[in-house]
Design a protein around this ligand. Structure first.
Ligand SMILES: [Fe+2]
Ligand SMILES: [Fe+2]
Length: 183
């Protein structure tokens, strides 16, 4: 497998772990126990930060190359690129809901929970579409030269939780995954 695809596949496995944690925290919130808001906000910041600076731009280099090769089923790739923007919006909306709770704004807990569940579902569906459709098409279609060009243009920053940890910015999240980090 091309190194860039290996990296994306690893990112996806890591995101599954983060989403499982996210779900556990939301379940606690649903049951009326206050979840660790600090951990939750680090988790949201990490998801947005790493996705928007590394993961999504790397995928988009691949998707754009598939589209430029004249692939006839544009819809899958167009949808995925659009979803990248929507995922960022859903993340920010949920963070605002959480901030509202912390600042004692009057918010319905069900609405806050619904925003969180929607973000999780959107991320899982997005990842499934990439794993099951977009990545196999890219692997079949792109040439070695394409992969080299993607590799050369892709961001090189390491994952700040599972790769080269940023212990200040993601302290709580890193502690949660410390035993699995640097895998
Ligand atoms: Fe994506
Ligand atoms: Fe992805």
């Amino acid at each position: 497998m091309h190194p860039v695809m290996t990296r994306l596949a690893k990112d996806h496995l890591r995101l599954v772990k983060v989403l499982d944690l996210f779900e556990t925290l939301l379940d606690r919130f649903h049951d009326g126990t206050e979840p660790d808001y600090h951990l939750m906000s680090e988790m949201l910041e990490y998801m947005e930060d790493y996705s928007e600076s590394v993961h999504h731009p790397t995928e988009e280099l691949i998707f754009e190359r598939v589209l430029a090769s004249g692939y006839e089923r544009r819809d899958v790739f167009d949808v995925l690129i659009r979803q990248h923007a929507v995922l960022g919006q859903l993340n920010r909306r949920f963070r605002q809901s959480l901030d509202g709770i912390l600042h004692e704004a009057v918010l319905l807990r069900e609405d806050v929970e619904a925003h969180g569940r929607e973000l999780i579902a959107a991320l899982r569906a997005h990842q499934r579409l990439e794993d099951e459709e977009a990545f196999p098409i890219a692997l079949e279609r792109l040439t070695d030269d394409d992969w080299m060009a993607v590799e050369a243009a892709a961001p090189t920053r390491d994952d700040p939780v599972f790769g080269t940890p940023d212990p200040v910015r993601y302290h709580a999240l890193y502690a949660c995954f410390a035993s699995e980090a640097r895998d």
